[in-house]
Ligand binder design. Structure first.
Ligand code: BG6
Length: 500
């Protein structure tokens, strides 16, 4: 099977095709399976990232006969590839439903029988596309049935965030998983790490010697890492009401991105070396005192407003499934300091919000101001900024000062732009990249238990404080009007950078 780059149809010479595997999906009729996993698996087969001899075993509560039809219609709804008219029949033949409840041991016997029926394929990947409350139940049964034991091929478990809802619960989940499997069998997905543009951060930093001398407290004023969304809570109130923006985006995705920006170069590209360096960053984050939470963390909730198309947007509190007096934050910002030689005194501002004016995720490195202005007239020099646009329109932008053409030394500001995309504009999706890595046993893009626990430890005081009481100002949906951001960024040059 030839592996291709999406869109181009060109052969991908560096890619490796993983050995065939049994991909067992718990929650095979759920939202994640429908919107993300199944469309990704289809593309993976199409581009040669998944051996078509693999089997996709869907665990469904009942009506297993209907599952293939369910997958067909999910693909026609959510897969651009299926919509483009490719023949999906060969993919549908890879499907094998198994009926049963997650808490019944008979279900796992059913999986075992399905695996035994095709003894030529000994590998198995178990994907928990189910609410996290079920992870330990599934792990327990995988252990009791012998399914997770690596006798012949590999056995791997993939779980999705949230990994716990605080330090204690995260530790508990880890302990339960370790009872039946080794840490090396666990793949904790953080889909941000699968984004091409996030991985590029790592390469851009460590493949360009130009940056290294500047990448520290001597030249950098502060860093802002943001994920602004235009979407509201949508249909996810039952989950989001208990999570909020701090847990949903900052503790996971944005802290992961922060570690990539701040880490030291690993000695090699191995999963453990990379993750060791990321953990060191987290360990160096300055602990937040309970009485200092207000100075470094901010929460807000969207009120009604208007979208970019002028249509009215409902307030969070009136969204379906949300309590009218909900105190869940839909916007959160936290200013961290990393107490080590490289970053001492440099604020790292992480923020994320729903129903913002634009959907943009960025990392902005703000350099210090030029120490002296030699040039009169025109605009004063701005401090340089290097922006990694993570999505959409992935790319890098460097804000510089230059001379205005003419007989004076007047300055102008200019932006050097480097769009980041594949030649045909089509890139692998985060799930395709991450699933391919799990099949290869490549764990560097997955969160290790200690990373997860360290990040919970860091935000613990904020969670604790916000449990007691906190101020939750409102912002108009569809705007950047979040009260308090300017005060939070009072020690950052130019304050809050709203992505444009
Ligand atoms: C998920 C969060 O992990 O990431 C969602 O649970 C959020 O609330 C989503 O919308 C954002 O992902 P992306 O890739 O669209 O930035």
């Amino acid at each position: 099977m030839v592996m291709q780059n999406p869109g181009s149809g060109e052969e991908c010479f560096e890619c490796t095709q993983p050995a065939p595997s049994n991909i067992v999906i718990f929650g095979a009729t759920g939202d994640l399976a429908k919107r993300k996993l199944l469309p990704s698996l289809l593309r993976m087969v199409q581009f040669g990232l998944l051996d078509p001899r693999s089997r996709i075993i869907g665990i469904v509560r009942n009506d297993s006969d209907q599952w293939v039809e369910f997958v067909r219609s999910a693909l026609l709804d959510y897969s651009s590839l299926a919509k483009s008219g490719i023949d999906i029949a060969p993919f549908l033949q890879m499907l094998h439903p198994v009926e049963g409840d997650l808490e019944e041991s008979e279900t796992y016997q059913g999986i075992l029988r399905t695996l035994q029926r095709h003894e030529d394929q000994v590998n198995a990947l178990f994907y928990c596309a189910i609410p996290p409350g079920w992870y330990t139940c599934v792990a327990h049964h995988l252990g009791a049935s012998g399914l997770i034991a690596e006798n012949e091929g590999y056995r791997r478990l993939v779980i999705e965030k949230p990994f716990g809802r605080d330090l204690e619960s995260a530790q508990k989940v880890n302990r339960e998983l370790w009872r039946v499997m080794d840490e090396s069998q666990i793949y904790r997905i953080d889909h941000y790490l699968g984004k091409e543009s996030v991985q590029n951060l790592f390469v851009f930093r460590f493949a360009n010697s130009l940056l290294e001398p500047l990448w520290n407290r001597n030249y950098i004023d502060h860093v802002q890492i943001s994920a602004a969304e235009t979407l509201g809570v949508e249909y996810r109130a039952p989950y989001y009401e208990k999570a909020g923006a701090l847990r949903d985006m900052i503790q996971s995705h944005l802290m992961q991105v922060m570690t990539l920006v701040a880490m030291e170069p690993p000695t090699d590209f191995s999963a453990n070396d990379i993750r060791d360096e990321k953990v060191k960053v987290l360990r160096a984050v300055r602990p937040i005192a309970l009485d200092a939470v207000e100075k470094v963390a901010l929460a807000a909730q969207y009120a009604s407003g208007r979208g970019g198309d002028g249509k009215p947007l409902a307030a969070y509190c009136t969204e379906p499934g949300v309590a009218a007096d909900s105190s869940t934050e839909t916007f959160a910002a936290v200013k961290f300091y990393i107490d080590n030689w490289r970053w001492q005194g440099v604020p790292f501002l992480l923020w994320s919000g729903k129903r913002m004016e634009k959907r943009v995720s960025e990392v902005m490195i703000r350099f210090r101001q030029p120490p002296h202005n030699l040039f009169e007239g025109g605009e004063p020099p701005i401090s340089n900024a290097l922006i990694f646009r993570l999505q959409p329109d992935e790319g890098m932008f460097l804000r510089m000062n230059a001379k205005q053409p003419g007989l004076t030394t007047r300055m102008q500001r200019l932006v050097m732009k480097a769009p980041y995309q594949s030649q045909d504009g089509d890139m692998y999706d985060a799930y395709e990249i991450l699933l391919h890595d799990v099949l290869l046993g490549e764990a560097s893009l997955f969160s290790r238990a200690d990373e997860v626990e360290e990040s919970w430890k860091i935000i613990h005081p904020i969670l604790e404080k916000w449990e007691e009481s906190f101020s939750l100002p409102r912002y108009r949906a569809g705007t950047w009007d979040v009260p308090g951001m300017d005060q939070l960024l009072n020690d950052c040059l130019y304050g809050w950078h709203k992505p444009t």
